[in-house]
Design a binder for this molecule. Structure first.
Ligand SMILES: [Zn+2]
Length: 256
């Protein structure tokens, strides 16, 4: 039986790193029924056997032995997956489940770090020399917590060099649709310069500024600049549809 690889978004900077797989899968190429059609990787509401099959397809396309996911809670915790923490991961076939965290990082081969998104950003990081990679889940709450900048700083302890680190920002809530009517209460004042309309904010620019603040170089940061709310046939959007699926974003070292 022929199994077509589901389509995904890739980035020029990360594509140039030998041995690295990365991709933000769209909503197409899976088996889930509406309103989760079709490549949904979120367990909530959808038929578990469909989610399992979708995850198998993502794993096969990534060419990794295991996918590692975590319960995402809109916080700023980093889960670093090394040989030791690997042993304590929970089996949730076909993924391994790490303790709650919105950033996952590793330097191990054969593992795909999985972040699930529908409007939130997945921020992929790779330092080709230390081989530290990360996948960050950052919605607007993550932006307020500066999970992107904090993760870079925390990974320096493991040998990551921000000036070498490549970053990519997934399709996500764009400035066209990031409307915050109550922004004066919800959005900290330091973000107000990123306002692009009376109530609209550019969270892509906020992430870029947070990564620059953590020491990344401008030329190492790439943004898909695709809005998930605007392109409902390609992407799942929580703002756009409410009852909907989650897309898979994955980064991992293939086994040599
Ligand atoms: Zn939009």
């Amino acid at each position: 039986m022929e199994c077509k690889k589901p389509p995904r978004i890739t980035f020029t900077n990360l594509s140039g790193v030998p041995g690295l797989f990365h991709g933000v899968f769209t909503r197409r190429g899976g088996v889930s029924a509406p309103p989760y059609e079709s490549l949904n990787v979120g367990w909530n509401g959808d038929a578990p056997e469909a989610v399992r099959e979708n995850l198998e397809r993502v794993k096969a396309a990534a060419g990794v032995e295991r996918l590692v996911a975590s319960k995402q809670v809109h916080g700023d915790v980093l889960g670093f997956i090394d040989e030791e923490s690997m042993r304590s991961l929970e089996e949730r076939s076909p993924t391994l489940l790490a303790p709650p965290a919105d950033a996952l990082a590793t330097n191990l081969s054969g593992l795909g770090l999985l972040i699930k998104i529908a409007d939130c950003q997945s921020i992929l990081l790779a330092d080709p020399e230390s081989r530290i990679i990360a996948n960050i889940h950052s919605g607007w709450r993550g932006s307020v917590l500066n999970i992107a900048g904090k993760t870079v700083k925390r990974l320096e302890r493991f040998g990551l060099d921000p000036s070498r680190t490549l970053a990519a920002v997934s399709p996500s809530l764009g400035p066209c649709c990031a409307e915050f009517i109550n922004f004066e209460r919800e959005i900290p004042e330091e973000f107000w310069p990123f306002r692009v309309g009376p109530h609209h904010f550019d969270f892509w620019a906020i992430t870029r500024s947070q990564l620059l603040g953590a020491g990344l170089l401008e030329e190492h940061i790439e943004c898909a600049a695709r809005c998930t709310v605007c392109e409902k046939s390609e992407y799942f959007s929580y703002r756009g549809e409410h009852e909907t699926g989650r897309m898979a974003s994955v980064i991992g070292w293939k086994r040599p």
